[in-house]
Design a protein around this ligand. Structure first.
Ligand SMILES: NC(=O)C1=CN([C@@H]2O[C@H](COP(=O)(O)OP(=O)(O)OC[C@H]3O[C@@H](n4cnc5c(N)ncnc54)[C@H](OP(=O)(O)O)[C@@H]3O)[C@@H](O)[C@H]2O)C=CC1
Ligand SMILES: Nc1nc(=O)c2c([nH]1)NC[C@@H]1CN(c3ccc(C(=O)N[C@@H](CCC(=O)O)C(=O)O)cc3)C=[N+]21
Length: 302
């Protein structure tokens, strides 16, 4: 068996980021400053690092940021207030709330507090509804990353069976809506699996394309895959490495060593979906900023 194709996200992410950098400069020439407001409510260092990366990337591209971090044990009102203050701030052109939020915070309420026009992650009920209805205002960064990666490597979706491990509203459901939509990059038959799925292996084995977003390292190994499957591992879980001084390794859900035999293509973790998610997010920041300023027409096409 030949080695699987590595579905690296970096090169495409770099190209996408270059378009963002040009568009930031163009917007600034029109006196519009793209500004991302973020809300993070967690004590988890891995989640904090994902947020750090977003701010670093924005800074490197000329996107201003306003960061509100709330301790995980603070009253839920602190989270709602943070979203409301960014909502009311006219300098903030884009808004991102990182999930998961603590259990005592009402996520649906937070979703409703984000203004649809500033939403960069398809987080609001209106934007999620528009996506499902086939008229997206904004495509969530991770789902966009998966679709872009499949298109970049000419992985056909039309008529094929895509199995997604996950049923959350941030990754799995929007991705299922996109891949099953009528038209280019869609037309797939999509199955969502979750913890109540009775026989996960029966589903993963018949997938043409398997997308995993469970956040459980080792959940899928080679014995659960069909011959020639394309594996897209969205998960990014930090596990302690042998080197006790390091902050740990980032791993996906799929045991890459045993998946190599059956898979025809597989994403590396890190270096697969992650970099493209970041690039898609900053793309969305520029797009919603340009749209709100009536400057859509000056933004470069991808
Ligand atoms: N690389 C990137 O761009 C991104 C990576 N991530 C990563 O993706 C991972 C998932 O994140 P997130 O969506 O927040 O996680 P959630 O916990 O919200 O969702 C996980 C989903 O996987 C399902 N699941 C979990 N365990 C199993 C199992 N044993 N069998 C079948 N289904 C299972 C859950 O089912 P149920 O609903 O029944 O609980 C749930 O639907 C994390 O590692 C996160 O860091 C997230 C966003 C972007
Ligand atoms: N509303 C919401 N939307 C999200 O999209 C969202 C979220 N909440 N909560 C947290 C997860 C996680 N996430 C990642 C983004 C980029 C990398 C990424 O850049 N990964 C790099 C390396 C990262 C590193 O070095 O630590 C890679 O895989 O190569 C990873 C994970 C988005 N998430």
């Amino acid at each position: 068996m030949t080695d699987p194709t590595m579905l690296a996200g970096g090169p495409l992410a770099d190209r996408l980021t270059a378009t963002v950098e040009r568009d930031v400069a163009t917007l600034r020439n029109h006196d519009v400053v793209p500004t991302l407001g973020t809300v993070l409510m967690t004590d988890d260092p891995t989640q904090r690092r994902f947020m750090d990366l977003k701010h670093e990337r924005c800074a490197s591209l000329g996107i201003e940021t306003v960061r509100v971090d709330v301790p995980a044990d603070a009253p839920a009102e602190r989270c709602y207030d943070a979203v409301e203050s960014l909502r009311a701030d006219d300098d903030v052109t884009a808004l991102f709330v990182q999930v998961p939020l603590p259990d005592h915070v009402d996520e649906q309420r937070v979703r409703s507090l984000v203004p649809a026009g500033k939403d960069v992650d398809c987080f609001t009920p209106e934007n999620l509804g528009r996506l499902v209805a086939g008229d997206p205002h904004v495509v969530p960064a991770t789902a966009a990353a998966v679709v872009r990666l499949l298109a970049e490597y000419d992985v056909e979706t039309a008529g094929r069976d895509v199995v997604v491990v996950g049923r959350d509203a941030v990754i799995a459901r929007p991705l299922a809506a996109l891949l099953s939509a009528n038209g280019p990059d869609g037309d797939a038959t999509v199955t969502l699996c979750h913890t109540a799925t009775t026989d996960l292996t029966a589903h993963t084995r018949r997938a043409d394309v398997l997308v995993t977003a469970a956040g459980h390292p080792g959940l899928v190994d080679g014995s659960m895959l069909g011959e020639g499957v394309v594996v897209v591992d969205v998960s990014a879980t930090r596990v302690q490495s042998d080197d006790s001084d390091s902050s740990g390794d980032l791993v996906g859900d799929v045991d890459a060593a045993s998946a190599r035999e059956p898979a025809s293509a597989i994403t590396p973790v890190p270096g697969g979906v992650g970099p493209l998610t970041m690039a898609s997010l900053v793309r969305n920041v520029v797009d919603v900023t340009g749209r709100a300023a009536g400057l859509e027409h000056v933004l470069g096409a991808e």
